[in-house]
Ligand binder design. Structure first.
Ligand SMILES: *Cc1c(COP(=O)(O)O)cnc(C)c1O
Length: 448
């Protein structure tokens, strides 16, 4: 059998609202042509993000009912802690309300003015937390990671030669830690090889620096390693995950991705002193260390989610369904970031909308067209988001976990194809009003 099916059946359904073209047009106008400002109810297929949008399993919901809501030492905390310890081998495990809370605590402790933190590509909240501490964030992804047409297997790798040069130029004193993001979200969801993590670890040993993982999509990354890396095909994903974490001295995790929960995060640490300091900060802003800003039911759901995400039939379905969307678009002549990443497909809007220059926001024009034509919500990652002419104008279609079926994906393919057929009629955009920072969330636009 070569058909890969959804490895679950549906027990609870959530109806989605069909809208007419006139209703979508009205919603777009009311939102100032900004998809973040459209009520989710008016969206048919929501591909804005894969963060916190996954569907929980019957076991996770059972855990929600079973949960212990005691303030200190709840049973749910111990279950969560045992699961994370089994998964990662870490001894010091702190729950947080989401990934950025882990980042904020970490960089308040190790960041600060004069410090510089390298990564393959910093995710935007990671960069913002590093910069907020006064430190600088530097991206050192391999060159093939910047070429959307290059089909290299591990385009998320951190360039070890660049890392060595970085240490020589910046000076080891200014580098508190080295970070690797798996998979590389800002670089198209591309994976990092085990070999690369080992080589980066060697450089860290040489300069006596800790290696941290931004491990939001650790399971998707491990499955890519199993599929693509020489000598890894016969290993279980569980053992690959374990080795990834054993190479690290700490990790920040948003459980809203591979934890398959709607809210939650984790901070993992090896160093005893750093752990003591982090725990104190956690109490200050998140909560007591056995709940970290979450309810007991969130900890139960996380403990279960971090177990289910390693099921290999789930991971096969997950990566294949993303790849399926990418293949269909490529077959219609639509350029995407290749090869397809784990959690999203990124359309190259510069190629899609040839007559539109960056100052007419081709990515944004395409994202609005996909909503107008088929009620699909996507996210521009280009000149609107970065606040200046961007190197790439992308439209990201992020796939929520276990939420949409293949016919939903086929519908998405059809909508993108029909918009592609009439791409010459897409109109450019102009910003009518914008805030001082992070303009993509609240700016309003008009067509010209
Ligand atoms: C989502 C994400 C974060 C931040 O996590 P939140 O839970 O949204 O705060 C950090 N790094 C990466 C790579 C992410 O994808």
């Amino acid at each position: 059998m070569k058909t890969i099916i959804e490895p679950f059946r549906i027990k609870v359904v959530e109806p989605i609202k069909m809208t007419t073209p006139a209703e979508r047009e009205a919603a777009l106008q009311k939102a100032g042509m900004n998809l973040f400002l459209i009520p989710a109810e008016d969206v048919l297929i929501d591909l804005l993000t894969d963060s916190g949008t996954g569907a929980m399993s019957s076991e996770q919901w059972a855990g929600v009912m079973r949960a212990d809501e005691s303030y200190a030492g709840a049973k749910s905390y111990y279950r969560f802690e045992a699961r994370m310890c089994e998964l990662t081998g870490f001894e010091h495990i702190l729950p947080t309300h989401q990934g950025r809370a882990s980042e904020r605590i970490l960089f308040e402790l190790v960041g600060g003015k004069g410090k510089v933190v390298p990564n393959n590509n910093h995710f935007d909240t990671t960069r913002a937390n590093i910069e907020h501490s006064g430190a600088e964030a530097v991206d050192l992804v391999v060159d093939e990671g910047k070429d959307p047409r290059n089909r290299a297997p591990f385009k998320g790798n951190l360039d070890v030669t660049k890392l060595e040069r970085f240490f020589e130029e910046v000076g080891a004193d200014r580098v508190p830690l080295v970070m690797i993001t798996v998979t590389n979200n800002s670089g198209g969801g591309q994976p990092v090889s085990l070999q690369n993590i080992r080589e980066v670890k060697e450089v860290c040993r040489k300069y006596d620096k800790p290696l941290f993982l931004d491990a939001c999509r650790f399971a998707e990354n491990a499955y890519f390693i199993k599929l693509r890396e020489k000598g890894q095909g016969d290993r279980s994903v569980t053992s690959i995950v374990r080795e990834m974490f054993e190479l690290a001295d700490g990790a920040t995790i948003s459980a809203k991705k591979d934890g398959i929960v709607n809210i939650g995060g984790v901070l993992l640490l090896r160093d005893d002193e750093l752990y003591r300091q982090a725990r104190n900060l956690l109490i200050l802003t998140e909560g007591f260390p056995t709940y970290g800003g979450l309810a007991g039911r969130d900890l139960e759901a996380m403990a279960q989610g971090f177990e289910e995400v390693l099921h290999e039939d789930y991971l096969a379905y997950r990566l294949r369904s993303t790849e399926y969307l990418g293949e269909k678009l490529l077959a219609m002549g639509i350029q995407i970031v290749e090869p397809p990443g784990g959690h999203a497909i990124y359309i190259d809007a510069k190629e899609f909308c040839p007559p539109l220059p960056p100052e007419r926001f081709p990515g944004h024009a395409l994202a609005c067209a996909l909503y107008r034509h088929g009620g699909i919500r996507t996210c521009e990652i280009g000149s609107v988001m970065f606040g200046k002419a961007a190197t790439m104008e992308l439209v990201r279609m992020a796939i929520p976990r276990r939420v949409y079926t293949q016919s939903h994906v086929d519908y998405v393919v059809e909508v993108v194809g029909e918009v592609f057929d009439r791409r010459r009629t897409l109109r450019g955009m102009r910003i009518v009003s914008e805030p001082a920072t992070l303009r993509h969330f609240t700016a309003s636009f008009e067509e010209i």
